[in-house]
Design a protein around this ligand. Sequence first.
Ligand code: PMT
Length: 398
Amino acid sequence: MKNVIRDKNIVLGVCGGIAAYKSIELLRLLVKQEANVQVIMTRKACEFVGPLTFETLSGQPVCISLFGDDGDASIKHIDWAKEADAVVIAPATANILGKIANGIADDALCTFILAVTSPVIMCPSMNTHMYENRAVQRNIDILEADGKHIIVPGEGELACGISGAGRLPEPEFILEYLISILSTKDFTGKKVLVTAGPTRECIDPVRYISNYSSGKMGYAVARAAAKRGAEVTLVSGPTNRCVPQGVTCINIESALEMSTAVFDAMDNSDVIIKVAAVADYRPKKQADQKIKKSGDELVLHLQKNIDILKELGGRKKNQVLVGFAAETQDLKNNAQKKLTEKNLDIIVGNIVGTPTSGFGTDTNKVTLFFKDGTSESIPEMDKEEVANILLDRILMVK
Ligand code: PMT
């Protein structure tokens, strides 16, 4: 999948707030993604961080004044505005919010913003009482009505010593937001249900049967679909992953809990993608108390879990139904058998058990099998890239 940030012209506006140091990290992340970044700083921002740092990291002169030393700065803001694919203002102070909300153009940054037609993302960051002040909130309302994207600040301990809303979100979060704004929105209007992670089948109050699924693949599918404009519901087994921006997550533990959540959401879904590694069996009896050690052997009786995907295949109406098949051998036959038996549109045959593919890895090696009998082998790549290729193919299912 293409990196949506690569070669994009991003203008980073930096205002005078204590969080200005975090915009250095944001710039570093943007440059790492191969964006062309132009930085505009307010004069007050220069009192918190030096322009030289931004100049060095971006490889471009920083714009501070409309009337710079090089003589042509007054034209520069129009050129940059024309070329910008997106603008991020981080941190955005109460002052800049007020100026931009009211069309004031008395410095380089707010003059530039008046000339911009591409998306503008503003990241308010200030003292909680300032942030909650009616005038600031009124300005934010105006900015949102004008089509600016406002990232709600985080809550926590602030530099001024009080605790509350006003923290600049982490640079990684701002980058994700920007990627989502720049991504193609070809899933707009589609409701996508994704399952991810393992299930846990309880043996007694302290033990369970599970597997090594980390949730990386399922969360990557959910994240990619949300970035492409889908309304995403993620039914997730226990993982330590963060819920992607804009995704509704339903946490479950067992296969039975997953089946309830999935069947409840099924009728309201256009696409269902079952990435989760569901336990095929659960202990027949769940002990109320911790099972005590006794004897050299312990026999656990297992009972078959419902095959959620197969059941979905039976109940399917107009949904596109996608399964994953984790296989250690004979990928083609095993995957194709599941495709037919479970009445799927696509099955993602996933070779597992190698250091770079399958459970817990950041990359994956998969082959897509389609219901018309064709297949497509995808080279090993990052799980989010795999997710995007899968989403591309889902759009082609009739
Ligand atoms: O989470 P990661 O660490 O990133 O790992 C990703 C993954 C390896 C778990 C993922 O890519 C993958 O292959 N998921 C499917 C794992 C699996 O359980 O495969 P399966 O062949 O046992 O099941 C086939 C399909 O039926 C799956 O879509 C599964 O969700 C579904 N199923 C299986 C059993 C069951 N009782 N109910 C189901 O719905």
